[in-house]
Design a binder for this molecule. Structure first.
Ligand code: ATP
Length: 269
């Protein structure tokens, strides 16, 4: 129906090699790769593997990237949707979409389902004020029903991302639901360098050593911020009609992203 992204075979697979840093999170997610690759091995001995995994962490720390990497490492289809897509739909529509997505994933199993921005549907029930409240609640109830419907051996792993685990309905976190939690953190200096290296792979830097300085000068930047920074620097170079990206392009881009970050932080409640 095109309501959620269908598994794709045309684009390059994302793997753990695309995720810099986040070693602990990678280790935890890697345990699921084996299960998705060879579910029969687990099913044969009656081993139940967790179905629901909550990815927690600040915006831009690679939650979506990690979910894609799990599907890529296991080489299984990836179904994704975002909680924000359900906010303004009619009552019943959101629940129907959730049902269809789970149905498609079960059919394609082994498979990975990813629900981004879980908090926009998964907030504690009974706290909404009219409006889309009923709809949100029905969508949430459908997710809970789908998670409860797994027979323990079906090879479907459901990852959900949130940067507000504190507002989630406790029903989502009960055993058998999103009962495994993986935290992604803002990168430290070494991880920032590694992220810059990944995203600068195909960029013409006049001196790759400049990335060291940028890694040192970007505390608090997320992976998404760093990717943004490199793109801004490339735009700077293009504006100058230059063939390579200089230290000054990078510094200016850093300042620009930093201002954007400050602005975004300032409007947060
Ligand atoms: P949000 O909470 O805003 O949805 P997110 O945590 O899902 O963000 P992603 O969308 O996965 O973050 O990250 C945005 C982009 O930043 C990714 O596509 C990736 O290119 C880059 N990125 C983030 N973290 C990393 C990382 N650890 N290694 C490499 N690239 C990263």
């Amino acid at each position: 129906s095109g309501r959620f992204s269908k598994p794709s075979t045309s684009t390059k697979r994302t793997t753990f090699a695309d995720v810099a840093g986040q070693d602990q999170a990678k280790k935890e997610v890697a345990e699921l790769v084996e299960f998705l690759r060879e579910p029969e091995r687990f099913q044969k001995v009656g081993a139940e593997v967790p179905h629901g995994v909550l990815l927690m962490g600040p915006p831009g720390t690679g939650k979506t990237l990690m979910a894609k990497a799990l599907a890529g490492e296991a080489d299984v289809p990836f179904f994704s949707t975002s909680g924000s897509e359900f906010i303004e739909v009619f009552v019943g529509v959101g629940a129907g979409r959730v049902r269809k997505m789970f149905e498609a994933a079960r059919k394609a199993a082994p498979a990975v389902i990813f629900i981004d921005e879980l908090d926009s549907i998964g907030r504690t029930r009974g706290t909404g004020l009219g409006g889309g409240h009923d709809e949100r609640e029905q969508t949430l109830n459908q997710i809970l029903a789908e998670l409860d419907g797994f027979d323990g051996k079906e090879a479907v792993v459901v990852l959900a991302a949130t940067n507000r685990p504190d507002v989630l309905d406790p029903a989502l976190l009960r055993p058998g639901r999103f009962d495994r939690h993986v935290t992604l953190n803002l990168p430290d200096r070494a991880a920032r360098k590694a992220i810059l290296d990944i995203h600068a792979r195909d960029l013409p830097l006049d001196d790759p050593g400049n990335l060291d300085d940028i890694a040192g000068g970007t505390p608090g930047f997320s992976g998404a911020d760093l990717k943004n920074l490199l793109n801004e620097a490339a735009i700077n170079a293009a504006r100058r009609s230059a063939g390579s990206i200089t230290a000054q392009d990078l510094q200016e881009a850093r300042d620009k992203v930093l201002m954007g970050t400050v602005r975004t932080l300032a409007i947060q409640p």
